[in-house]
Design a binder for this molecule. Sequence first.
Ligand SMILES: [Fe+2]
Ligand SMILES: [Fe+2]
Length: 262
Amino acid sequence: MSDYSSTIDLAGSVYLQPNYFQIQKRINYLVDYYLSVEKLRDRLEDLPHQFKRPQPRLWQSIDWYAIAPTQIIGIDKQTFLSILIGTINTEAPIRNYTQTSRQYLTKIHPQMARFVGGIVDENGTLLEPGLWEKEERQHTPALIKIYQHLTGEKITPQLPSVKPYQPSDNPYEDLYLHGLHRTMTEYGATCLYLWLMAHTTGALQQVFAELVQDEINHMTKFWGFGVWLFPESYLTRIYRSLCRFIVQQKSTQLSHFQSTKN
Ligand SMILES: [Fe+2]
Ligand SMILES: [Fe+2]
C-alpha cells in the first residue's frame, strides 16, 4: 500500500513533491495545532502537578517497521540523514545537560532542580533522574531507530562536549543566563521537529510528533518558570548585563595596565 493513500497527515495536506509554499502551509498547520494557546496553557499548568507527582508523558504506540524512505518528502534522503545524525549527537548527552541545570537551580528553586535533574546524594551520585531527563532520554534511541529503519545500518552517537556548571558569586544571575540558554535549546528543538514533521509523513512523522510534544512541554515549562522567576523586562536585564560587562572589561584593563607597569 502506498504511504500516500491518505492525502491528509498530521501536517495537513500531503504533497509528493511539495514546493516552498506547500511546505510553509504544512508548517503553519503544525504551528496552529501544536502551539495553540490552549495546549501551551495546559503544559504550563501541568508544572506544579509534576512537582508533587512526577509522571512522564506517555507516547502513542508507533509502528517502527512501517518507517520507510518514501515517507521523507520535499528533501533528499541524504540531507535528511545528515540532519538526523546531527540531531542524534545533540540529544545524546542528556545526563550532562540535566545535571548542569540541576546545579544552577538547586539553591534557588529545589523543586524545579528535582524536576530537571532528579535527586543526588551528598557525593553527587544520582539516586533518581528528573522528569525532564526521563522524557528526554527516549529521544536519542528513537532517532537511532529511525536511522536504522531508513538505512539498515546501526549508528553510534558522537557525544559533543557539554558546558559544565560554572558558578559565579551571583547564583541568581547564573541561573538566568543558563535558563535562557536551556529555554532557547528547547525552542530550537521544537522548531526542528516541527520542520521535520512538515517533511515527513506516516509512521516516520508520528515519531517526530512525539518528540515535538516533549520539546513543547519542556519549552513551555522552562519559559513560564523563567518569566515567573525573572519578571523584569528583557531590556532591563540586557541593560544590567551590559553594565556588568563594561565593569568587567574596565577591571581587566586596569589589572593588565598594573601588571605591565610593574
Ligand atoms: Fe530532546
Ligand atoms: Fe529538549
